[in-house]
Design a protein around this ligand. Structure first.
Ligand code: GLU
Length: 552
């Protein structure tokens, strides 16, 4: 029996040869230096912030070289695949503006010339290449049963040996074709393993684009390439797919670093050009002084749903991810406050090569706050409404009922050189402006409670606000007149109308202009901290101000 016939016997009914597959996946026509990279999730659960970070990085490197960033679903471990796993992945990352140039777009569809992009739909391809290895006597059928494997594992553990099928444990490695055929004909089940050409005593060196030069022992394990269900293992599928899909760079979590010797060996055995690797350390968090891994279980910010649920703008998240991708991004952004991420040149050398990348939510909020403060009133209105449509019906109703009025509220201290920074996320909006709407004011004012500050006597408070509204407040006053009226009110009632006088002779006064303003502000809003009082009063208008003052 020729090797070719033998390969056909071990893996029958394979539709195409590996040569045919080579022809079906031609080189890409891309500019020099273009990076082709991918996100290759397994549909075993929801992607998390670490995955988004990886996606962001992959996307910017592909974009800045006019390359390709594609999505491939790695679902060959069917026992771990969850229901609607692909849709769940797509839904979770959709809100973040990650653009895949090509790849899976649902369980059944994909775009691009290098598909299918779902590994279970590529079974024939992997087998074609496994047959190539069998023909070249670089792979073999292995009959080790579950029980035998377990026995080997226990023995290796007891002897403190490396785990795996290598050397004397690779018992079927030298079975003859005849013996193998006979056992198969007797109904024994088998899988395909490589005949690893490596030695544990040799070293393999490779350059990780982030971590630098890494040296490890060669792989000498007869890794499984085709499992008993006919599907490939991760290692084999990675090498075949990234070869055929013309991936240039694999950016992935650093839990895979230890597998690189296996992967480089497979590339070599198959006669493929290896990819370049960039392994990312996990995101970490400073938890009261202890730096630990960001955890989906402990940290809400580790899950992707957290961001849309809180209305954190995607643009701010992207800016933050850019700052943790390259340490010099932040300085660049300070120099170019209106700079776009796409204007910055990212460099693998500037990626953090330490054991973890610190993920700092307060810093993200700070970026977000600055970002929102620079938006126009219309942009904030639209974004807040978008958020509210999904997560806050009451806010949605009120924004839709009063669009122009709402925009005027958002416009307070906005669209100016130093805009006010009220919101770090759209879920802050209602809590900051509810008192501007009568419906919400009535509903929430009691719970909010009034804290008038240093002036506590109710009659005095009433006296201040009534005198103010009757004698000193006009909707049409400009800001200067408005303020001089507040000062007149102070003079009339025995409060210092400027702070300097007050500081010099506090005993001559009942209080000062700040105390009086607080009484007006709190009576109007319940809040002692608000945006510009003059603007609030004007927007609410004299009639309604009166009504609110009458409630005190
Ligand atoms: N499916 C692998 C995982 O989810 C992908 C690793 C890779 O990017 O190659 O970890």
């Amino acid at each position: 029996m020729t090797n070719k016939e033998y390969a056909d016997f071990l893996l029958p009914n394979v539709k195409h040869t590996w040569e045919e597959y080579e022809a079906m996946y031609p080189e890409r026509n891309l500019p020099e230096g273009a990076i082709v990279t991918r996100y290759a999730p397994s549909p075993t659960g929801l992607p998390h912030m670490g995955n988004l970070f990886q996606n962001f990085m992959s996307m910017v490197f592909a974009n800045q070289t006019n390359g390709v960033f594609f999505l491939r679903i790695e679902d060959t471990d069917t026992s771990r695949t969850v229901e609607n796993g692909i849709e769940k992945i797509l839904d979770a990352i959709r809100p973040f503006g990650i653009n895949f140039t090509e790849g899976a777009i649902s369980e059944t569809e994909y775009k691009g010339e290098y598909g299918p992009y779902i590994q279970t739909q590529r079974e024939d391809i992997y087998k074609a290449y496994a047959k190539k290895l069998i023909e070249e006597e670089k792979a073999y059928a292995s009959f080790l049963s579950k029980e035998e494997l377990e026995e080997i594992r226990l023995k290796q553990s007891a002897n403190k040996e490396r785990l795996g099928i290598y050397g004397r444990y690779a018992k079927d490695r030298n079975l003859s074709k005849e013996e193998t055929i006979e056992r198969i004909n007797n109904g024994e089940s088998y899988i395909i393993r490589i005949k690893s050409p490596g030695s544990f005593f040799n070293k393999v060196r490779f350059n990780d684009l982030i971590k630098g030069t890494i040296e490890m022992p060669e792989n000498d394990i007869d890794e499984v390439i085709i499992k008993s269900d006919g599907l490939p293992t991760y290692h084999f599928a990675h090498v075949i797919d990234d070869h055929l899909m013309k991936t240039t760079h694999v950016i992935r979590g650093d839990e895979w670093v230890s597998s690189v010797p296996k992967h480089l060996q497979l590339f070599e055995m198959l006669g493929f050009e290896p990819v370049k690797y960039a392994h990312l350390a996990p995101l970490t968090k400073n938890d009261n002084g202890t730096v630990r891994k960001l955890s989906k279980r402990l940290d809400p910010e580790a899950t992707l749903a957290f961001y849309p649920e809180n209305g954190i703008p995607t643009e701010a998240i992207m800016l933050y991810l850019a700052t943790i991708t390259n340490s010099n991004f932040e300085g660049w952004l300070d120099q170019n406050p209106n700079g776009k991420i796409s204007d910055f040149k990212f460099d693998f050398k500037k990626c953090s090569s330490s054991a973890g990348t610190l993920y700092d939510l307060p810093k993200l909020y700070n970026i977000s706050k600055n970002y929102i403060s620079r938006l126009t009133k219309d942009e904030v209105y639209d974004a807040a409404l978008d958020y509210a449509k999904n997560y806050d019906e009451e806010l949605k109703d009120i924004l839709e009922k009063y669009p122009d009025y709402s925009k005027e509220i958002f416009n307070i201290e906005r669209e100016q050189k130093k805009p006010r920074k009220d919101y770090e996320k759209y879920s802050d909006v209602k809590g900051q402006i509810w008192y501007m709407y009568d419906e919400l004011f009535e509903k929430y004012r009691d719970d909010a409670g009034y804290d008038f500050g240093s002036i506590t006597d109710k009659d005095e408070i009433r006296n201040i606000i009534n005198t103010y509204i009757d004698k000193y407040y006009n909707d049409n006053d400009d800001k200067e007149t408005w303020f001089s009226n507040i000062q007149k009110l102070c003079d009339e009632l025995g409060y210092a109308s400027n702070m300097k006088d007050y500081k010099e002779n506090p005993d001559n006064y009942k209080g000062n202009v700040a105390d009086v303003s607080t009484v007006i502000r709190v009576s109007l809003t319940t809040r002692s901290m608000t945006p510009d009082l003059y603007e609030l009063l004007k927007l609410i208008g004299k009639e309604k101000i009166k009504e609110r003052f009458n409630l005190i």
